[in-house]
Design a protein around this ligand. Structure first.
Ligand code: SAM
Length: 227
């Protein structure tokens, strides 16, 4: 049984997806689940580490999906060709790692109309990426799956310039509007942590005033939304 987190990710695969890449696929559970459910979809499961790459291969063999899921060993987008896939999934990593995987090979994003990204932390890095690379944030989800908070961000290729305020980049424009219980739980926790960090910085010999100002700004954004 697939985790709720990965089920949320799958829900954002477009109806007409033809072939997608799952970067950092580990056991290839996600592409296997999709291909078992949807007989016309093809996938590439990509892994940079040999151990997970071998687990992906054996899972694909076990499910008898070798003819529809190609398992490839290599770093990030290196192992896919431009225009080979229409959708890319990257889940279960930090947001800044996801961002750097995308930014390392922008040429591989040719023909990729949708990115479904599930950062464990630092979702704001992905919102910043979207502003600079011609993608528009079209949906966001935040969920609590067995005590852990996860965010899923969906980006779609777009010619239109997207506008996001710094506050929206930080909190997520869609998540701010929906303000569900996972959102409140996450930001309440962050607020408390920020306060502690600010106090620690103030106790240093040479307190970093820029950092304090930034954290105070973030605190006030959070407070505005948690009212
Ligand atoms: N995507 C799965 C999920 O969400 O359950 C697995 C997440 S697992 C925590 C992260 C995986 O990403 C690891 O198997 C790791 O080897 C792989 N990974 C990390 N950096 C990568 C990169 N640059 N290219 C491909 N895979 C990478």
């Amino acid at each position: 049984e697939l985790s709720n987190r990965l089920k949320q990710v799958i829900e954002f695969l477009p109806e007409d997806v033809r072939k997608f890449a799952d970067i950092g696929s580990d056991h290839a559970y996600l592409p296997c689940a999709v291909c078992l459910e949807r007989p016309h979809v093809q996938a590439i499961a990509c892994e940079v580490n040999r151990g997970p790459y071998e687990s992906a291969q054996s899972q694909v063999n076990k499910m008898n999906l070798q003819d529809r899921i190609d398992v490839r060993l290599g770093n990030g987008l290196e192992v896919i060709e431009p225009n080979e896939v229409d959708t890319i999934v990257i889940a279960g990593m930090g947001g800044s790692l996801i961002r750097s995987i995308l930014e390392n090979h922008p040429e591989k994003l040719e023909g990729v109309t949708r990115l479904i990204l599930q950062p464990n932390i630092d979702a704001s890095s992905i919102r910043e990426f979207s502003l600079n690379y011609g993608y528009q944030l079209i949906a966001e989800r935040i969920i609590n799956d067995e005590g852990y908070i996860y965010e899923v961000l969906v980006l779609e290729k777009s010619d239109q310039a997207q506008q996001l305020t710094d506050k929206e980049i930080y909190l997520g424009p869609f998540l701010m509007k929906e303000k569900n219980s996972a959102f409140k739980e996450k930001w309440q926790h962050v607020l408390e942590k920020k306060q502690k960090i600010i106090e620690q910085i103030k106790q240093a010999k040479n307190p970093d005033q820029n950092k304090i100002n930034l954290f105070e700004q973030q605190k006030s954004w959070i407070k505005e939304e948690l009212q």
